[in-house]
Design a protein around this ligand. Structure first.
Ligand code: PNS
Length: 162
């Protein structure tokens, strides 16, 4: 039996914290689907295609990982992919409130689902996509926090926005 996990998120953009979590998931599961959310109601910096491309770029060569997109309820996507495990990262205690609500809601919508929380390496404890976007917008150095292709994409985006 293949152990399958789904790692959902906005990935706007993918950070080294996300990549650290993908690696950890690969050690625990046979296959990981990184599910990039395509929620049109939410405003993103990058289009869903760009977000997918940047994740794909970062996991290239890892045969355990598939990158996909989903819209609508996460649990419906899990049912479609015959998956029962959701991976979420927990960095700091303040993450817990939202994550607990989300995991509880997902469990009541799909009782067979389990949410597994993983801690990223401590270098990434305070790293988030929103922090990365802010630092990039203000021209700060992002080495160590994102891959070179994400850094380039951010530079282009903010240069274009002017
Ligand atoms: O990276 P994020 O923004 O914290 O990811 C949040 C995400 C996309 C995993 C979450 O918003 C989600 O699952 N959205 C799909 C809609 C859904 O299923 N909502 C009910 C559970 S709260």
């Amino acid at each position: 039996m293949t152990r399958l996990a789904v790692y959902p998120g906005s990935f706007d953009p993918v950070t080294r914290g996300h990549l650290d979590l993908i690696e950890r998931t690969c050690r625990l599961f046979d296959r990981v689907i990184v599910a990039v959310s395509n929620n049109t109601a939410k405003k993103h910096l990058f289009s869903v295609n760009d977000r997918i491309r940047l994740v794909e770029d970062s996991v290239k060569g890892n045969k355990q990982v598939e990158v996909d997109t989903f819209s609508g309820l996460l649990v419906d996507y899990l049912r479609k992919r015959k998956a029962h495990v959701i991976i979420r990262g927990l960095r700091v205690v303040s993450d817990l409130d939202y994550e607990f609500q989300m995991a509880s809601m997902n469990r009541s919508l799909f009782p067979e689902v389990e949410t597994v929380f993983l801690m990223p390496d401590e270098r990434f404890t305070y790293l988030s996509s929103s922090m990365v976007r802010e630092v990039a917008r203000m021209g700060g150095a992002l080495d160590g926090f994102v891959t070179p292709s994400v850094r380039q994409a951010l530079t282009r985006k903010y240069r274009l926005r002017g």
